[in-house]
Design a protein around this ligand. Structure first.
Ligand code: NAD
Length: 315
């Protein structure tokens, strides 16, 4: 049986460990050549260590029995570096077909205590970096369409997957920067899907749940968080990798602009914000009362993402 992604070239950011590693390994197992892009930073984005990216690239090559993977160890949070990364894929693998924006950092603090410098770092790292890479890679993907990559049937290989978070959809205490970056990444996914639809390039967002060093260090603040952590630690990252691989597969070409979640063997399709109620405009004096009276039953509750997904996982 032919591998699903034979002949394709992929970049996975943050692939030196955790969910990114599982995704890079799964794409390579289906025949893709993969750039393992990881600066080797701490959870908060400090420091740098080339070792994890090199180790993952080596492990992929050993497993796949050939030169399928390359390590890239610069931070992807700059437009120039994103362009370099795409150039490396084109030079070494003949093009770029799959981009997975998975790298992220966390600098949590209550909104009334947060340091604006941490906000800037998180937005640059978790949102702007994804834009830089999509910007650089999608231009090349479109040209590949014109130059015949993908075969006689035309180019329908382009796949962009942005790893978001339920924190950006529901919100979570103390995660202003992280949740805002992830919500922004979902907005970027929608527009990317629209801008690239005519070029047969898909873009989807995936909210994952998996045991990684990030779930390992959760300090439960209450019983609900303690149970959440115990449950999260049972979920392997390979489930996320399976979904991403399937979105990148030939059949995945019919899926674009979607927001999916994956938690063990459960895959969720999320709704996207649309009006759920309507009020004929009244005056400022009465509008709040009218909103409560007529639409209050449909107000969104204040459930955090940890509460919303605090159920026993299917693993
Ligand atoms: N683990 C979960 O349950 C969970 C839940 C929701 C969302 N996510 C998302 O999944 C993704 C992966 O999370 P994880 O738990 O595997 O994280 P992780 O911290 O284990 O790994 C992230 C990797 O990204 C790398 N990285 C960070 N910034 C980088 C940069 N600028 N350039 C290159 N590499 C960079 C880090 O060095 C690290 O190796 C993230 O986007 C995260 O927000 C994870």
């Amino acid at each position: 049986m032919t591998a699903l992604l034979e002949g394709r070239s992929a970049i996975v950011t943050g692939a030196g460990r955790g969910i990114g590693r599982a995704i890079a390994e799964a794409l390579a197992a289906e025949g893709a050549s993969v750039i393992v892009a990881d600066v080797g930073a701490s959870i908060s984005g400090d420091g740098g260590d080339p070792e994890p990216a090199h180790e993952v690239a080596k492990a992929i090559d050993e497993k796949q029995g050939g030169k399928k993977a390359m390590a890239f160890t610069e931070s992807v949070a700059s437009p120039g570096i994103a362009k370099q990364l795409v150039d490396i894929a084109v030079r070494n693998f003949g093009g770029i077909d799959i981009v997975v924006n998975n790298a992220a950092i966390l600098r949590d603090a209550f909104v009334f205590r947060a340091d604006p410098r941490d906000w800037d770092a998180v937005i640059r790292n978790n949102l702007s970096a994804a834009f830089y890479l999509i910007n650089a890679a999608s231009a090349v993907m479109r040209d590949q369409g014109k130059s015949g990559r993908g075969g006689a049937g035309g180019y329908d290989w382009g796949r962009i997957v942005n790893i978001v978070s339920s924190a950006g959809l529901y919100g979570n205490l103390g995660q202003a920067a992280y949740a805002s970056a992830k919500a922004g990444l979902f907005g970027l996914t929608r527009v990317t899907a629209m801008d690239l639809q005519r070029a047969n390039i898909t873009a989807n967002a995936v909210a994952p749940f998996a045991k990684t060093r990030v779930t390992d260090i959760i300090q439960p603040a209450n019983e609900a968080q303690k149970t959440y952590k115990e449950r999260a630690l049972k979920i392997g990252a390979h489930h996320v990798a399976n979904l991403v691989t399937s979105l990148c597969s030939p059949a995945g070409k019919a899926i674009t602009g979607q927001l999916l979640g994956v938690r063990g063997r459960e895959v969720f399709l999320f709704s996207q914000p649309r009006p759920v109620g309507k009020l004929d405009v009244t005056t400022p004096e009465t509008m709040a009362e009218d909103l409560i009276g007529k639409l209050g039953g449909q107000f969104t509750d204040m459930t955090t993402d940890l509460e919303a997904f605090n159920t026993e996982p299917l693993v």
